[in-house]
Design a protein. Sequence first.
Length: 262
Amino acid sequence: MLEINQVYQGDCLDVMKQLPDNFTDVTITSPPYNMGDRVKPWLQTYKVNNKDNRNKGEYFKWIKEVITELLRINRFHIFFNIQEVVGNNGVIQYIYQEFNPFIKEVFIWAKTNPPCHIVENQCSNGYEYIFCISKDNPNSKVFNHCNFKRKDYIRNVIIKGVHRDKHGHNYAFPEWLPEYFINYFTKKGDLIFDPMCGSGTTLYVAKTRGYRYLGIDISKEYVQIAQKRLSQETLLPLDVKQEGGKGIHPTSKEVGILPKFL
C-alpha cells in the first residue's frame, strides 16, 4: 500500500494498480498532450517523458486506460485538463465518446494571455478543456460533493491567465487552477490525487490548504522538484489572506523525510 502525503516515481498506470478501489477522493491532473518533436526543442517534453511521443491510436488507448483506472480508485471527481493539438487531434471527441456517462461538467479555461504559437504559421491556442468526470451522481449537473457557499457564483468558463512555472516545468499548472477546484469541489479531509504531478503544483496547493495528497510522476527530475517543494515548511501563499493579516511566504526549512522512489 502506498503512503499518503508522498510523491512516487513511476508510470502512473503501474503505480495506480497498487491502490485499492475508491482510495482517493478528488483528482486534479493534466496528461501530456503528445507533443513529440513537433514543437520547439526547448519545449519537447518527450525527452523527459518518453510517453509523450506516440502515434495517435496508442495515445488514445493510453488516455482511456488512465481515465478508466482513475474512475476505479477515485471516489468523487476527476478534473482532467487537456488541450487538443496536432498530436492528439480528436481527443476531446474521444473522451466524450468513451466516458459520456461519467461527464458531469465541462469547464473551459479561456486564457487572457495565451502564449504565442509553438509551431510556425499556426494560430495561438487560447483555451483548454477541463473535464469533470465523476461518480457523484454524474447524470445530474448538481454537485453533492462540493464546498459551494450560498452566494457563490461558480462558472464553467474560467477566464484566467497563463503563468510561467518557476520550478522547471514548461507545462505546469498555474496554482490558481487546482486551487479553484479544491476550493469548490472538495470537502475538508479529502485526499487530493495527481497521477501526472510534474513539479507538484496540485499537491503543493492541496498541502497549503490542509488537505492530504498523493502524487505520481514518471520523471525522476520532476519528482525531485515536487519533493523539494513539499518538504518546505509551508503555511500559506502570499496571496491568501489569513484572519487578521496577510498570508506568509513559505520558508525553505525542510521537515521530515523525503518520500522514497518506487
